[in-house]
Design a binder for this molecule. Structure first.
Ligand code: GCU
Length: 445
């Protein structure tokens, strides 16, 4: 049983990195020739983007883990100053003037623009399964979001989503959706943990009387540069190369999550005004991008998102812009983002991640990170971004984090709309689920 789980884990990882086709070769490693050709196609896409940007090479960066040296650019762009220098003093000025400026900068320079004419998605329930857990009945729906590909039939996209809700609920329930590390073959319903073991996040959500959903990012958009010629990005580009301000994979995953939310709005089991989104690591980045861009998401649980996510681009600790701009990660971002790894610098970015969090305001955002084993994700860099978002929350009549001093491990900061917690473990969100759910309960009562 154990070995089987380990194998599934390895397979899942290969699938996430785009090396294994989930359907045809679930447990098989692709041949060297196939891996070489994927690598070459990746390199080709990356090189094409460098050429469009007139960049011959990007800077190399020596990873820093010394907090005393982590702050080369302490002055962040002010979320409450308009480009013309005027101060933003009212919520109306934020909504009408400043917020659109920030959205435009993120779209053009950081995550890329979602095309205006994205196709319709038809949601089909493929399976309805009854499950029982702790004596209670649940309904799991296995759904497929069939994307209309009439504009480019060479690419098809079918978004995989499962939704589990209590069978006996008196009305629609809140739902927490995860960008899942699921892959075909894994159970869509949580198996109860062994006695004394930590409960799965799904169990914890169900115990609140809510539902949970899992959306499979790779079914929206593959996780590689080569994959940009397929998936929803490839469909919109008709298989061609991206332009420097076209959407990257994080924005595409966020688009897919919004389409799932479209479906929830039609399902009477779901209270679509109380849908939260959660994701870990690269999916933590996607979670923040999705919630920032779709005001219908009620709450975000952003875990170990690091560079390209909640961490400040200007903070030199763990992963930095130079790492994300490399051939194995640039596809998450707009091509333009590469420029800030050379010739431009981090400080030339017109926006930073505190403003991405601010785009979620006034909605609650909980940022989670681990300890020593999660240094790559830059705990302090994410904390400082949340501090920097505070003034926008306050302008909108909400509470900020309440402190600008990095808290001791295992301190939950969650008195206001911005929640933060560093657990002592590694690169995982497990230990922070209970604190996030307590935080969410305030809004989902
Ligand atoms: C790498 C990458 C991170 C990312 C992580 C993941 O470590 O550098 O930015 O969050 O993979 O998603 O697993």
């Amino acid at each position: 049983m154990r070995i089987c789980n380990v194998l599934k884990g390895i397979c899942g990882l290969l699938w996430i990195t785009g090396l294994v086709c989930p359907v045809s070769a679930q447990f098989a490693m692709p041949s060297q020739a196939v891996r070489d050709s994927i690598k070459k196609a990746n390199q080709d896409d990356y090189q094409n983007m460098l050429n469009q940007l007139h960049i011959t090479s990007i800077r190399t960066h020596v990873t820093n883990y010394d907090e005393a040296k982590a702050n080369p650019y302490p002055n962040l762009p002010d979320p409450l100053t308009l480009k013309n220098g005027k101060k933003v003093t009212t919520p109306k000025m934020w909504w009408d003037q400043r917020r659109p400026e920030i959205v435009e900068d993120f779209d053009r320079e950081v995550y890329g623009r979602v095309p205006a004419n994205t196709p319709k998605v038809k949601w089909v329930i493929k399976n309805t399964i009854k499950n029982t857990l702790d004596g209670k009945e649940y309904i799991t729906k296995e759904l497929e979001g069939q994307v209309d590909n009439s504009s480019y039939p060479a690419v098809s996209v079918n978004i995989q989503l499962t939704l589990t809700t209590p069978a006996t609920a008196k009305g629609p329930v809140p739902v927490i959706m995860e960008f899942g590390f699921m892959f075909p073959g894994m159970s869509t319903f949580p198996v109860a943990g062994a006695p004394g073991a930590e409960k799965s996040w799904q169990q914890q959500v169900l115990e609140k009387g809510w539902g949970y959903a899992i959306i499979i990012p790779n079914s929206i958009q593959g996780d590689s540069g080569d994959g940009l010629h397929r998936g929803i990005i490839g469909m919109m580009n008709k298989g061609q190369y991206r332009k420097p301000d076209d959407w990257g994979v994080l924005r595409a995953w966020g688009w897919g999550a919004s389409r799932a939310l479209d479906y929830f709005e039609t399902d009477p089991a779901v209270d679509a005004k109380k849908v939260g989104l959660e994701g870990h690591s690269r999916y933590g980045k996607a979670t923040l991008v999705a919630v920032a861009n779709d005001p219908r998401f009620a709450i975000a649980f952003v875990t170990s998102s690091g560079a390209g996510g909640a961490k400040l681009n200007r903070h030199d600790y763990g992963e930095v812009v130079e790492n994300v701009a490399k051939a194995d990660e640039y596809h998450w971002m707009a091509g333009n983002y590469i420029k800030y790894a050379g010739p431009l610098n981090w400080n030339d970015l017109p926006v930073d991640s505190h403003e991405l969090i601010a785009l979620c305001a006034p909605r609650p955002v909980f940022i989670s990170v681990g300890g020593q084993g999660d240094r790559w994700a830059d705990p302090v860099g994410m904390f400082l971004a949340q501090v920097g978002a505070g003034p926008v929350y306050k302008l909108l009549g909400k509470k900020d984090l309440g402190t600008d001093q990095f808290p001791a491990v295992e301190t939950t900061l969650a008195d206001g709309e911005l929640g933060f917690r560093q657990h002592p473990g590694g690169h995982t969100n497990g230990p922070n689920w209970p604190m996030f759910l307590t935080f969410a309960e305030r809004y989902f009562k």
